[in-house]
Design a protein around this ligand. Structure first.
Ligand code: WT7
Length: 648
């Protein structure tokens, strides 16, 4: 039996949720969601209180999700104004720059935040943005990113953040995909001592967009950028902008934001989140999972370009009146002690990061951690992929000194907030498991083939959720049919996560990873189809198949099998060129880690690529390729195995 960790007396004593109240609360949340959420929905301020709570259906052809549907509220009023009255001088956002040696960190109070948000809201309105319009944000991790999010929420516009690591092509596709009126960007984005020219990427993207799209540019580094007729300077406009703007009254079901995420097929989809249900869920998970208390300093190291940044840098913490840290940099710059230096500098109480960062820092050596005073840390969190026990133990012992519970939070862009996670005051921790469902979440394990629910413990299958929770995505932007098909098409009546899982003998959940053609690279989701279509768009490439393979730091790496056009010679230069090509098509995170030249790919007689075989070869697991006799040409497999050495 691996070691388990019950909550310490100290942790349990102060916790919002304990071993005693978790059970009854969970039962009520499942058996009587109307009463449970009717009560907990009040944690946010409503302009017009709701009278209806849950109105949801997972029924095939009729998937429809509504929470608090007749209530009205404003997210920016909840994240800003209501705290100005009670804690206007408290720091809302601590901004920590990429380079601590050249730039000071900033402390922005709730009162100041209100002015920044209102000014940004007025600027956006001046640029013609109104309720329901889409605004794309392509920004570094600077406070203006939070101002812009909250400004959109204030005027009822829908933001769509594009991670600053995405390429101009990816940005252009997302601007067009949501028909955005304005793009907010910055001159440059410093990160890890390097600088990405965001504005010029934006210019390149906008070449393929409507002329009417305007570009609002925030000055970050002050480096020279080109300036066109569609560009507006945030820094100039804010001098004139009014410092108050009345929050728009929004319906609970009005969209708050769109966030594109990769799936197993085709183009990324625009996940749409709601105003009311999302905010209730983000704030409640933030408070309970991290056992957040007034006055705590909370740090989530994610980027606002991902859902983790939406829910746990901005919306959840600010709805709770927390002090939240926004970090512009990377874990290893200027050195491998950066995370711990920042924890010590700002006296961080809850620290939330990804296993890939933990593994990288573990490799750098304990001395980087030991140099810094981490005595304010009370809780550690993990997100993005299963955390391997070795990394868990290191996180626990070296970072947490054995005193900080670790919450391994399983969730997805689609779920808005935590789905399966330990609660620090209630759960006896098992390294490597996400363990227990959050309130309102009913996980089920299905047999992947038959789709039949597997009851009892010590079972394995695919992870589905059998009923709605308030933070659930509402639709795929502009394509509700795709929403139904993607998430409810495989197993009728259930939300399908795309993950495999087991429920152990105690009833705890272990998420084992994606069972579809999605790979998880450093906690970021990548559709293999997306990388494949980028590769085949290159003139030299005839065909490509992409799979994941185990990678020490990233969790999974991107392994591409590439068949070249007739007459094309595989060379190291071409390999480099293809890597650069994919970076330009999608972004650096999509760059294949390994490219293997493949004269042929294993296909069935009907022409379907047998990915199972490609995965095994990528994993160096040649002994269990399974039946290859149904292949159109079984000899291609021998060739792939023989040539596996030409990967690097
Ligand atoms: C996929 C979602 C919202 C979290 C950031 C990634 C994997 C996430 C865990 C965890 C095991 C995890 C799943 C999931 N995942 N957290 N604690 N344990 N797997 O969001 O890009 O939407 O990816 O990340 O495979 O489906 P995402």
């Amino acid at each position: 039996m691996p070691k388990t960790y019950p909550p310490s007396a100290k942790t349990a004593a102060r916790a919002h949720i304990t071993a005693e109240n978790y059970g009854p609360m969970y039962e009520q949340s499942i058996n009587d969601p109307d009463t449970f959420w009717g009560e907990h929905g009040k944690r946010v301020d409503w302009i017009k209180p709701y009278t209806k709570v849950k109105n949801t259906s997972f029924e095939p052809g009729k998937v429809d999700i509504k929470w608090f549907e007749d209530g009205t509220l404003n997210v920016s009023a909840n994240c800003v104004d209501r705290h100005v009255e009670t804690r206007g001088d408290q720091t809302a956002i601590i901004w920590e720059p990429d380079d601590p040696n050249t730039t000071e960190s900033l402390h922005i109070t709730y009162a100041e935040l209100q002015v920044h948000v209102c000014k940004m809201a007025n600027i956006l309105q001046e640029l013609g943005v109104g309720k329901g319009d889409r605004v794309v944000l392509y920004l570094p991790m600077i406070p203006e990113a939070a101002y812009a999010m909250l400004a959109c929420a204030r005027i009822g516009a829908i933001h769509s953040i594009v991670f600053a690591g995405f390429s101009a092509d990816a940005l252009g596709a997302r601007i067009n995909g949501s028909d955005a009126k304005v793009v907010v960007t910055a001159d440059h984005a410093p990160r890890g001592g390097r600088s990405t020219p965001l504005k010029s990427n934006c210019d390149a993207a906008l070449l393929h967009c409507k002329d009417s799209v305007k570009c609002l540019v925030v000055k970050r580094t002050g480096e020279q950028t080109t300036w066109t007729d569609r560009d507006y300077s945030y820094n100039d406009m804010r001098l004139e902008a009014d410092d108050y703007q009345k929050p728009e009254e929004m319906n609970a079901e009005d969209p708050l934001f769109i966030l594109y995420t990769s799936g197993s097929t085709g183009q990324p989809k625009g996940v749409v989140h709601s105003t009311g249900g999302y905010l209730v869920y983000a704030s409640m998970t933030h408070q309970y999972t991290f056992d957040y208390h007034d006055g705590d300093i909370f740090w989530c190291t994610a980027d606002v370009g991902w859902v983790t940044g939406h829910s746990y840098i901005v919306y959840g913490p600010l709805a709770n009146g927390a002090t939240t840290i926004m970090f512009e940099g990377v874990p290893t710059y200027p050195d491998a002690g950066r995370f711990w230096e920042v924890c010590a500098k700002h006296k961080v109480n809850q620290f939330y990061t990804a296993p890939t960062a933990i593994r990288a820092l573990m490799g750098a050596g304990n001395e980087w951690v030991e140099k810094h005073d981490l005595s304010d840390l009370r809780l550690l969190g993990s997100v993005g992929e299963p955390i391997n026990p070795e990394a868990w133990n290191w996180y626990n012992e070296v970072v947490g000194k054995g005193n900080c519970p670790i919450v391994d939070t399983f969730w997805q862009t689609e779920t808005g907030g935590h789905m399966i996670t330990p609660l620090p005051g209630a759960t006896t921790l098992k390294p490597g498991a996400a363990q227990t469902p959050f309130f309102g979440v009913k996980p089920v394990v299905l047999d992947p083939q038959s789709g039949v629910e597997i009851h009892g413990n010590d079972v394995e299958g695919v992870l589905c959720i059998s009923d709605s929770w308030p933070g659930q995505m509402r639709t795929v932007y502009g394509d509700h049919e795709r929403f139904e098909k993607t998430y409810f098409g495989d197993y009728a009546g259930y939300y399908f996560s795309g993950d495999g899982c087991k429920r152990d003998e105690d009833g705890d959940y272990w998420v084992t990873g994606r069972v579809d053609d999605v790979i998880n690279v450093s906690g970021h989701r990548m559709g293999t189809a997306e990388v494949e279509s980028a590769l085949v768009a290159h003139v030299a490439v005839a065909e490509a198949a992409v799979v994941g393979y185990p990678h020490d730091i990233k969790g999974q790496g991107i392994y591409a099998y590439v068949t070249l056009m007739n007459g094309q010679v595989p060379t190291p230069e071409l390999r480099k060129e293809l890597e650069t090509w994919v970076r330009a098509e999608i972004g650096p995170i999509a760059k294949p880690d390994l490219i293997q030249w493949a004269p042929g790919l294993p296909k069935t007689r009907s022409g379907k690529i047998m990915r199972r075989i490609l995965r095994k070869i990528a994993e160096d697991d040649f002994g269990s390729l399974g039946d290859t006799s149904t292949l159109a040409d079984p000899s291609v497999v021998d060739d792939l195995i023989e040539n596996r050495m030409n990967r690097n």
